[in-house]
Design a protein around this ligand. Structure first.
Ligand code: ATP
Length: 213
């Protein structure tokens, strides 16, 4: 049986239950051996995050409790230059070999932005793509992605088992309309984000004084 590794990249500023629940559901639905959360270093498409790279990594490590089935992969933070997903996938391929199946997990919003990613057309040569529905996001997508979906999507997880890369699967999951932007906004306005993210992460935000104006 080939190894099956899932990756959920993000700024995780901060990590929340939308990320964690999605990760666990993908792990189970696709019967992965591992699902790694991969905090991004200097995100090419996003404004500078509110917490430092070390703080974002610390929050992800606090969220990933023993036994939850998730892991943290900090390779993008250890790199000393811009982190592109294609570089991360190439580095994983070099470690895991051609046989391992890689699953790059993206929320719907992130998938719709794919054509602006560095060397995006090469991503499917390195991994499968798993697209997750996200509540409150616009269902419109660029034409080029509609064509890609028509050519590459499969409708059952079993179809993905036959290859190590190259397919797209859209999964529905428990909809959780949680975003890091909303959590930062709550903290900035003095409101509590409790129960939108793990208590350990909230405690860390409070002790570090993150996201306050
Ligand atoms: P921000 O609000 O700062 O943009 P975010 O909450 O979207 O942050 P990211 O770190 O950008 O979090 O997200 C990482 C990945 O997780 C992306 O692919 C994103 O689409 C997905 N994601 C984030 N929140 C959810 C959610 N509630 N449900 C499903 N997927 C999610």
């Amino acid at each position: 049986m080939r190894q099956r590794i899932g990756l959920l990249g993000g700024t995780f500023d901060p990590v929340h239950f939308g990320h964690l629940r999605s990760a666990v559901e993908v792990l189970e639905r696709l019967q992965l051996d591992e699902l790694r959360l991969v905090p991004s270093a200097r995100p090419p498409h996003r404004e500078v995050p509110g917490a430092s790279a070390d703080q974002r990594l610390a929050m992800v490590e606090l969220a990933v409790t023993p036994g939850c089935g998730l892991q943290v992969d900090d390779r993008e933070l250890r790199r000393d230059r811009l982190s592109y997903t294609v570089d991360t996938l190439e580095s994983l391929r070099a470690e895991l070999g051609v046989e391992a199946a890689l699953f790059m997990v993206l929320g719907w919003d992130a998938f719709c932005g794919l054509p602006s990613w560095h060397r995006w057309q090469e991503l499917l040569q390195l991994a499968h793509i798993v697209v997750l529905q996200r509540p409150d996001y616009n269902p419109d997508m660029p034409e080029v992605l509609k064509d890609l979906l028509a050519a590459r999507s499969v409708d059952s997880p079993e179809r993905l088992a036959q290859s190590s890369n190259g397919h797209i699967i859209c999964l529905s999951q428990t909809p959780l309309a949680i975003s890091a932007t909303h959590i930062r906004g709550l903290v900035a306005s003095g409101a509590s984000p409790r129960f939108l993210l793990p208590d350990a992460v909230l405690d860390y935000i409070e002790t570090q004084g993150l996201y306050r104006p």
